[in-house]
Design a protein around this ligand. Structure first.
Ligand code: GTP
Ligand code: MG
Length: 201
């Protein structure tokens, strides 16, 4: 899958503002500061299409990006940011659940988990919604560069076990580029598109 164009389309709080066409959608979800916006930029080969921030709680709306005029990438608001205003904290659950429930165009939700953290009850809740509404999930660990190789493997096993995953989550880092090719190829598969050929030199 070659990214030819990527453009911001709209920010939404609820279904009335979602794009109305039936192009497939790939959404990125996970706690605040886990690296959703950064991973979308890496996936799209764009430096700063999506705003990232060292301060958690940057993305508070659902942001839709149209890719190749063919599918949407959706940056979902993060959860679990303790200092977020009450209104934002309260809005998170209905916003995300509403999106998952009302969007048959979703092909996959990429569930991001920080490799250094134990999954918490909000991660669990997200995963339960996906199962409940029959939406496929793709589990991705972010910030792999923060751990040594051995710790990385251990954290991967332990998170998979904790969440009862069938397979191991993908290891990624936007700093080193680890796992980005695999991520692209997994997403292309879910969109029924040809992945980019992997060239071995
Ligand atoms: P919210 O929009 O607040 O929910 O955050 P987000 O999940 O979109 O996170 P964002 O992409 O803004 O990244 C948060 C911080 O983590 C930024 O300072 C990023 O530079 C950093 N970050 C993201 N991915 C990685 C990674 O793979 N490795 C390292 N070391 N830092 C990362
Ligand atoms: Mg963000």
């Amino acid at each position: 899958m070659k990214i030819i164009s990527a453009e911001f389309v709209t920010s939404a709080v609820g279904p009335k503002q979602f794009p109305e066409d039936d192009r497939p959608q790939v959404a990125f979800s996970g706690r605040s500061n886990v690296g959703k916006s950064s991973l979308i930029n890496a996936f799209l080969n764009r430096k700063s299409l999506v705003k990232t921030s060292a301060t958690p709680g940057k993305t508070q709306l659902l942001n839709f990006f149209l890719i190749n005029n063919e599918f949407y990438c959706v940056d979902l608001p993060g959860y679990g940011y303790a200092k977020a205003p009450r209104s934002v904290v309260d809005a998170w659950a209905p916003m995300i659940e509403g999106y998952i429930k009302d969007s048959p165009q979703i092909r996959v939700v990429v569930v991001l988990l920080d490799i250094r953290r134990e999954p918490d009850e909000r991660d669990r809740r997200l995963i339960d919604w996906l199962a409940h509404y029959g939406v496929p999930a793709l589990f991705v660990l972010t910030k792999a560069d923060k751990l040594k190789r051995g710790e990385m493997a251990q954290a991967r096993q332990s998170i998979a076990k904790k969440l009862g995953l069938a397979g191991l989550p993908l290891l990624t880092s936007v700093k080193t580029g680890q796992g980005i090719v695999e991520l692209k190829s997994e997403i292309a598969k879910r969109l029924n598109q040809q992945p980019e050929p992997v060239t071995v030199s």
